[in-house]
Design a protein around this ligand. Structure first.
Ligand code: 7RM
Length: 677
């Protein structure tokens, strides 16, 4: 199986396989004839990238006050559409109602237990307005931050849009994050209100969100009130704090159904979304209003070929940026009908998604390689049981997609008819930046192909010089784009340092990439200490500091190990304090400890107790070696070591950690300098 190399930009055999991937899929002429995108877009944008966005900003967005200057670029600080005012919720909801589309479905929602709700744009306008009035009653004013911690229920996008309606920035915290992670984000954002739910349904069980929220709220002095949606009823034992907590169905339902949208400046803070970096403290990525809405809506229209009659399903969770940009803001600005599904893809069975596609006649599906590989593992029979002929465009995002998964998706889900768009972007970029345009681009399985019109991406070497075609290096962006992050909340120095200092004048994304002889971009994964587990960014340091926070742990080092389904899996090396017994029970306890500190997705799949960790003279852990050990690279093979001369493990990795199953290993592994006898 061809596998994309995930760390470093060295040219391993995997990359050679990948670049040898020669299958190409030219656009179907029938699709091209009706496509939203055309090849001329590239020419128009190349001629004048700023004018390209300016024209679309005037055409696509509804302004309460027109902008005066398209771009102010004071590197690395960008302002787009300066002087303009609009309201994001109005552009996503009200203007479609005013245009006569009030009865059009905005969201088909399906709960995991099978309950359903259909919300038209008129319903959404009413619900968002009522929720916005409720926020006001709870004391939220324009500019106040609101934290949102919810399952995938309609009240989640309603809450986000209600915030946008009154110009109160939101920060959505993924419902799978722990109380501690929630508290950290609330405190960094200094949020005044928390919107949450009693729980949500996942794999047939009620996940208790309110108890986690209550735990977080012990340590969040800025939170005044809590608005709680009742989703699971008696299935969880949560309680309401008198004077602080209020039920959504009591407060929101009695609000008047009208609420004037508040016009805000183009650069008004729309939301913060926290993402993992190379330190333990997540960064609050700043997204503002007009440029973000333009970038997400233009890319949504062009890359997914979104048409008025489409039924579009981005199967991400709204708690991640993919959900913000491509479930909520981009598609709603385009007046697209979307699908929201609350639950897990394997509940009640692994064909749940295909049953939903068939039932709702989904035409566009956007998901992650992790999900595709998980479906692939279940075999071809489950999708084959369902009529998937409504599908016409397939998208992928979140991690490199290996050619086998791409081809499986194209054949077994797309029936060989649908263009597949592998879209590269980040929380920071806000919108898709490297992607095929369906109907225009000849795709190659495993390649995100080329930069979106107006985007200046390149691959450079360690000195910032563009690498020749056929070679690998670091992915950079040279020009600002409308949906780009405006900074890290409260920390302009960290913003400059993290993204703009490695290569002067360029945005460094933290990803390695190669360009092939045709100039196609092949993304190779992170080059920093950020892991990508099932499309979720988790930093090695976050997991390490959670582990070290446990009283039994002296030291910990964490690396990502290639995983056939989730892309990477977390592998933790742990040394324990003198006097503590390392045992299976402690290993399990540590896993749960990380789960509580960060969230279940951050629980190490592999955990190996070792007497010490390999370090350089200056005390830096030699991660490269740990990575090799985790990957099961043969002992003594130093070809992939950054510093081949120095280190080797003193004993083999226990066999249980070499299988692709969660495991805890006890070992006598020490780390010896190669020069040691
Ligand atoms: C949208 C999202 C960003 C990181 C990014 C990459 C990786 C995302 C692709 C990809 C290869 C892709 N935001 N990544 N898309 N790698 N091909 N099409 O995922 O902030 O959570 O993650 O994800 O490493 O830097 S994110």
């Amino acid at each position: 199986m061809t596998e994309v190399q995930r760390s470093g930009t060295g040219s391993g055999p995997e990359i050679e396989n990948l670049l040898a991937e020669s299958r190409a899929f030219p656009p179907d002429p029938a699709f091209a004839a009706q496509a939203n995108a055309t090849a001329e877009l590239y020419e128009e944008a190349a001629a004048d990238p700023v004018a390209f966005w300016e024209r679309r900003a005037r055409e696509k967005l509804t302004w309460t006050r027109p902008f005066e200057r398209t771009l102010e670029w004071d590197l690395p600080f960008a302002k787009w559409f300066v002087g303009g005012q609009l309201n994001v919720a109005y552009d996503c909801v009200d203007r479609h109602v005013e245009a006569g589309l009030g009865d059009k479905v905005a969201y088909h929602w399906i709960g995991e237990p099978g309950d359903r709700r259909t919300l038209t744009f008129a319903d959404l306008q009413r619900e968002v307005s009522k929720a916005a009035n409720a926020l006001r009653e709870l004391g939220v004013q324009t500019g106040d931050r609101v934290a949102i911690y919810m399952p995938m229920i309609p009240e989640l996008p309603i809450a986000m849009l209600a915030c946008a309606r009154i110009g109160a920035p939101h920060t959505v915290v993924f419902g799978g994050f722990s109380a501690e992670a929630l508290a950290g984000r609330i405190n960094d954002a200094q949020a005044k209100l928390l919107i949450t739910a009693d729980g949500g349904w996942r794999r047939g069980k009620a996940v208790d969100l309110k108890s986690a929220a209550d735990e977080a709220l012990r340590d969040t002095p800025t939170i005044e009130r809590v608005l709680v949606v009742r989703r699971v009823g008696g299935a969880v034992a949560s309680s309401m704090a008198a004077g602080r907590d209020v039920w959504w169905h009591e407060l929101v339902e009695r609000q008047p159904p009208e609420c004037l949208p508040v016009p805000v400046d183009s650069e008004h803070l729309l939301y913060l979304l926290y993402t993992s970096g190379t330190t333990a403290k997540p960064k609050g990525i700043v997204h503002t209003s007009a440029g973000y809405l333009l970038g997400t809506s233009v890319t949504h229209e062009m890359i997914f070929d979104a048409k008025p009659d489409d039924v579009y399903w981005c199967a991400a969770d709204i708690g991640w940026v993919t959900g913000h940009s491509y479930i909520v803001y981009g598609p709603l600005a385009n007046g697209t009908t979307g699908v929201l599904y609350e639950g897990a893809p394997d509940t009640p069975d692994w064909d749940r998604w295909w049953q939903i596609v068939e039932e709702l006649g989904v035409t566009i599906l956007y998901t992650a390689p992790t999900a595709i590989r998980a479906f692939m593992k279940q075999g071809d029979a489950l999708p084959a049981k369902h009529d998937l002929s409504s599908l016409r465009v397939l998208g992928s995002v979140g991690e490199p997609i290996n050619p086998e998964a791409w081809l499986w998706y194209q054949r077994n889900i797309g029936g060989g008819r649908c263009p597949v768009v592998d879209t590269w972007w980040q929380t920071e970029t806000g919108m898709i930046l490297i992607t095929p345009l369906p109907g225009v681009t000849t795709t190659k399985p495993g390649s995100a192909t080329s930069p979106f019109p107006g985007i200046d991406a390149d691959v450079v070497d360690g000195e910032g010089r563009p690498v020749p075609l056929g070679e690998g290096g670091y992915l950079v962006l040279r020009r600002p784009w409308p949906a780009m992050l405006r900074g890290i909340y409260g920390d302009p120095d960290r913003y400059r340092e993290t993204y703009w200092s490695r290569f002067p004048g360029m945005y460094f994304a933290g990803d390695g990439a190669r360009r092939d002889e045709d100039g196609y971009f092949w993304l190779l994964g992170r080059v920093d200490d950020v892991m990508n587990v099932a499309g979720h960014r988790i930093s090695t340091i976050e997991v390490e500091s959670a582990l070290v926070g446990h009283p039994s742990v002296a030291e910990a080092a964490v690396v990502g190990k290639t995983d056939p389904v989730s892309g990477q899996a977390i592998f933790a090396f742990v040394t324990i304090r003198v006097g503590v017994e390392s045992a299976d029970a402690l290993g399990r306890e540590l896993r749960e400890h990380v789960g509580r500190a960060i969230g279940p997705i951050a629980r190490p799949k592999y955990l190996l107790f070792t007497p010490d960790l390999p370090k350089t003279r200056s005390g830096k852990i030699v991660r490269r070696l740990l990575r090799d050990v985790a990957e099961g690279a043969p002992l003594g093979d130093t070809t992939t070591l950054a510093d081949p001369a120095s280190w080797r493990p003193s004993a083999p990795v226990p066999p249980e950690l070499r299988k692709n199953e969660p495991a805890i290993g006890l070992s006598r592994i020490g780390w010896m300098r190669r020069s040691d006898p």
